[in-house]
Design a protein around this ligand. Structure first.
Ligand code: MG
Length: 254
């Protein structure tokens, strides 16, 4: 006769083991850029991150005045404010490795060739709510039309952008970056994770387990110090976002 109690206990133990051995995963901050021929937020950095075998490659996105999302960290490029300028005014600009400023479309097309690398898409805060909302709308539609919803995970410092993402792409992974709210409060707004500065966890180390108890993920930025990485691995953070992906991968393996 099948002993139901034993089955339940075995299942519970398997779950417990699975949780406690979950390994911290590595995300390359702005791709793997600190190497020959690469540059922050370049398509080369995405390819190098994929080749290095990280869990994910992070990059920053803003939208032009005429609706073209581009991959860039600052709100301007060569002094031209991206959200207030048409794409034609920045389309010929190059990155420090000589690559042309990538559009999100070209970036995602390349990323799609590496399906085992998650694309950690940060939508930057824009100067107006209207621009943030049209950025979310355009980006979510692009990701859906390319059929890569499961490969893309969203992050943002803007609470407005996070809330729009919850509305427009409710099945996606969405994490808030500002490091100023408890995970329980972030979860109540429909986000699936927190992605906080490592110093937030000096002050609130319990936020890691609190988030995970809510079924949320914990990502930590930008961790370049090996001692801090070790501490976060011990605290069982789900992800570490770093400019030193090779060193982080080595540490995680140990
Ligand atoms: Mg970023």
């Amino acid at each position: 006769m099948i002993n139901l109690k034993n089955i339940i206990m075995t299942a519970a133990m398997t779950c417990a083991v699975a949780t406690s051995t979950a390994q911290t995963k590595v995300i390359a901050h702005r791709g793997f850029w600190d190497c020959e021929g690469s540059a922050q937020n370049s398509i080369t950095a995405l390819v190098k991150a994929a080749e290095a075998g990280v869990y994910g490659s992070e990059f920053d996105v803003l939208i032009t005045s005429d609706g073209v999302p581009v991959v860039n960290h600052d709100d301007d490029i060569n002094g031209v404010i991206i959200e207030q300028s048409p794409y034609s005014s920045i389309s010929s600009f190059t990155l420090s490795n000589g690559e042309i400023l990538p559009t999100l479309q070209s970036y995602l097309e390349e990323g799609k060739k590496y399906p085992s690398t998650q694309l950690i898409l940060e939508i930057k805060p824009h100067k107006s709510t209207e621009n943030e909302n049209r950025a979310v709308e355009t980006i979510v539609n692009m990701v859906k039309s390319m059929g890569i919803e499961n490969q893309v995970e969203y992050i943002s410092f803007s609470m407005n952008i996070c809330r729009q993402l919850v509305k427009k792409s409710p099945d996606s992974q969405i994490a808030y970056l500002m490091s100023d709210m408890s995970p329980v409060d972030v979860g109540k707004l429909g986000m699936t994770g927190i992605d906080y500065h490592y110093k937030a966890f000096d002050k609130y180390p319990e936020w890691i387990s609190e988030a995970q108890n809510e079924g949320m993920t914990v990502n930590v930025w930008t961790v370049n110090n090996l001692d801090v990485m070790k501490k976060l691995i011990d605290l069982k953070a789900d992800y570490i976002t770093t400019d030193k992906p090779l060193e982080a991968l080595e540490l995680v393996k140990k």
